[in-house]
Design a binder for this molecule. Sequence first.
Ligand SMILES: *[C@@H]1O[C@H](CO)[C@@H](O)[C@H](O)[C@H]1NC(C)=O
Ligand SMILES: *[C@@H]1O[C@H](CO)[C@@H](O)[C@H](O)[C@H]1NC(C)=O
Ligand SMILES: *[C@@H]1O[C@H](CO)[C@@H](O)[C@H](O)[C@H]1NC(C)=O
Ligand SMILES: *[C@@H]1O[C@H](CO)[C@@H](O)[C@H](O)[C@H]1NC(C)=O
Ligand SMILES: *[C@@H]1O[C@H](CO)[C@@H](O)[C@H](O)[C@H]1NC(C)=O
Ligand SMILES: *[C@@H]1O[C@H](CO)[C@@H](O)[C@H](O)[C@H]1NC(C)=O
Ligand SMILES: *[C@@H]1O[C@H](CO)[C@@H](O)[C@H](O)[C@H]1NC(C)=O
Ligand SMILES: *[C@@H]1O[C@H](CO)[C@@H](O)[C@H](O)[C@H]1NC(C)=O
Ligand SMILES: *[C@@H]1O[C@H](CO)[C@@H](O)[C@H](O)[C@H]1NC(C)=O
Ligand SMILES: *[C@@H]1O[C@H](CO)[C@@H](O)[C@H](O)[C@H]1NC(C)=O
Length: 415
Amino acid sequence: MHLSTWLTLSVVPATLAQLQGPAKLTLRSRTLDNRGKLSRRALKSANVSLLDYFNGTDLQWYGEVQIGTPPQNFTVVFDTGSDTFEIPGKNCTKTCSNQRIFDWNKSSTYKYIDNGDGLYLQFATGVGVTPVNKTDPDWIMTMREVSDTVSVGGLSVPNVPFYLIDYQSPAFSPDPMDGIMGLGTEPQSFFGSLIVQGLPALFSFYLTPQSAGNAELTLGGIDESKFEGPMMFSPVQTNSFSGFWALLSSGVAVNGKTTDALKRPQRFIFDSGTSNLVFPKNLTEAIYALISPDIVANPAVPGTYGVPCNQLSSLPAVIDFTFPSTSGPVFNLTLPSTELSVGPFAANKSLCQTMINAFDIDFDPIIGGSLLKHYYSTWDAGNKTLGFGRTKSTPSNTANCAQRTHPISHYFTRT
Ligand SMILES: *[C@@H]1O[C@H](CO)[C@@H](O)[C@H](O)[C@H]1NC(C)=O
Ligand SMILES: *[C@@H]1O[C@H](CO)[C@@H](O)[C@H](O)[C@H]1NC(C)=O
Ligand SMILES: *[C@@H]1O[C@H](CO)[C@@H](O)[C@H](O)[C@H]1NC(C)=O
Ligand SMILES: *[C@@H]1O[C@H](CO)[C@@H](O)[C@H](O)[C@H]1NC(C)=O
Ligand SMILES: *[C@@H]1O[C@H](CO)[C@@H](O)[C@H](O)[C@H]1NC(C)=O
Ligand SMILES: *[C@@H]1O[C@H](CO)[C@@H](O)[C@H](O)[C@H]1NC(C)=O
Ligand SMILES: *[C@@H]1O[C@H](CO)[C@@H](O)[C@H](O)[C@H]1NC(C)=O
Ligand SMILES: *[C@@H]1O[C@H](CO)[C@@H](O)[C@H](O)[C@H]1NC(C)=O
Ligand SMILES: *[C@@H]1O[C@H](CO)[C@@H](O)[C@H](O)[C@H]1NC(C)=O
Ligand SMILES: *[C@@H]1O[C@H](CO)[C@@H](O)[C@H](O)[C@H]1NC(C)=O
C-alpha cells in the first residue's frame, strides 16, 4: 500500500498486485518548500462547517472550498487517509455528472502544471459500509496537476497545486461531495501552502453524529469549546507507512475483557475518510468473539459480518483501545455499544451489519468515523502527534433504531 503512488498513465496498473510492484512505480515525494519560512507570518485559525453524508448511518463529513478567480464553489471530504487534493475538471464528462466541475476557462488565475505523467489513484477505504474488493479496480481516479487560488473557511492561498479529475470510476458518481482534500501527516497542497504562510501545522475535527450536528473542522487550531477535560496526545508512528496517522496501541479490550492476542502492541491508522472500522480478519474475529458468537461473516457481502438485529439491544459491545500519551499516562479511546450496528443488510433486513469489516491484506487496521465521532481530535503535523478530547455529549449511532437502506460504498484511503 502506498500513500503517494505516482505513475505514468501509460502504465496504469489494473490490480493491487501490480500497484505493489515496485518496478512499475515512479515514487516522488513532495515536501514543503523551506524557502517559504523566510516570509512566514502568523495566520489565524479558521473554522469550517461540515455537512454529514448520512444514509441511515453517518458515512462522511465534508465542507466547502472555493477555487479560482472569481471563486467556483466545491465540497470536499477532508481526508486524513490520503494526501492529495482533487476535484472534477471539465474532462470528466460522464462519471462526474453529479458533481460540480471546475471550469478552468472561467478562472484568470488557473495554471496547468502537469508534467505529462498525470496521477492514478486507487482507493481502499472510506465512504460507505461495505468493504472494497481489493482485486476489483472499481475505485480509481486519473487526474492532472494544476494550480489556482484556493480558499477554505476564509483562508486563501494563491498558486496552490492540486489535481483535476479527468476520470473517476462510476462508483464515485452518487456522492453528494465533489472531491477530496487529503490531510496526511506530510502537509501538501492547500494545507501545506497555509503552513508555509504561517498557519500552525495542525487541524482539529469535531465529527459529530447527525443527531448532534454542528460538525466542524478547525484549520490551524483547536476549538476549546468542543470538548472537556485534557486532550490526550499520542505520538504518530512515523516508521510505518509514511503519511498515515498511525498510533501504537498497547492493547484492545472488549467489555473490559481481553485476550493474549488482543493484549499485543498493535498499530492503528486513524482515517477521517473511512466510515467505520476496517481490520485484518484475525483482529476482527478476535474482537467479535468477545461480543457474541452470533456475530458471523456474511458471505453474501465478502468482508462484512452480521448479527440478528433483534439481538442488538441485549449486546454490550464496548471496545477500549489503549494508547500511550505524550504526557505520561495511558488513555483509552472507547467505542460505545451503540456503534455495533451500521444498519440492516439490503438483502436481509433482519440481519444487521456490524461495524468492523475484515480486510485481508498487509495493512494496518483502520479506525474511522465510528470512533472519531465520539471524540474531538487534533491532528498535529508539526509535532507528529494525534490528540483526543472528550466531547460533551456522546450521541449514538441512529442506525440501531432507524431502518436504513444499504448505501453504495466507496473508500478514501489510498492504496
Ligand atoms: C471557532 O468556533 C468556536 C466556537 O464557536 C469559537 O470559540 C472560535 O473562536 C472559532 N474560531 C475561529 C477561528 O473562528
Ligand atoms: C459560493 O457559495 C457562497 C456561499 O458559501 C455563495 O455566497 C456564492 O454565491 C457561491 N458562488 C457561486 C458561484 O455559486
Ligand atoms: C483534459 O484533456 C485534454 C485532452 O486530452 C488533455 O490535454 C488535458 O491534459 C486534460 N486535463 C486537463 C486538466 O486539462
Ligand atoms: C479553455 O482552456 C483551454 C486550455 O486552457 C484552451 O485551450 C481553450 O482555448 C479555452 N477555451 C475557451 C473557450 O476559452
Ligand atoms: C473481487 O473482484 C474480482 C474482479 O472483479 C472478482 O473476480 C472476485 O470474485 C471478487 N471477489 C470477491 C470476494 O468479491
Ligand atoms: C482502559 O480500558 C481497560 C479495559 O476496559 C481498563 O482496564 C482500563 O482501566 C482503562 N484505562 C483507563 C486509563 O481508563
Ligand atoms: C494477526 O496475524 C498477524 C500475522 O499475520 C499477527 O501479527 C497479529 O498479531 C495477529 N493479530 C491477532 C489479533 O491475532
Ligand atoms: C436473514 O438473517 C437472519 C438472522 O441472522 C437469518 O435467521 C435468516 O436465515 C437470514 N435469511 C436469509 C434469507 O439469509
Ligand atoms: C507542539 O510543539 C510546540 C513546540 O515545537 C509546542 O509549543 C506545542 O505546545 C506543542 N503542541 C502540543 C499540542 O503538544
Ligand atoms: C442512500 O442509499 C440508497 C441505497 O444505495 C441510495 O439509493 C440513495 O441514493 C442513498 N441516498 C443518499 C442521500 O445518498
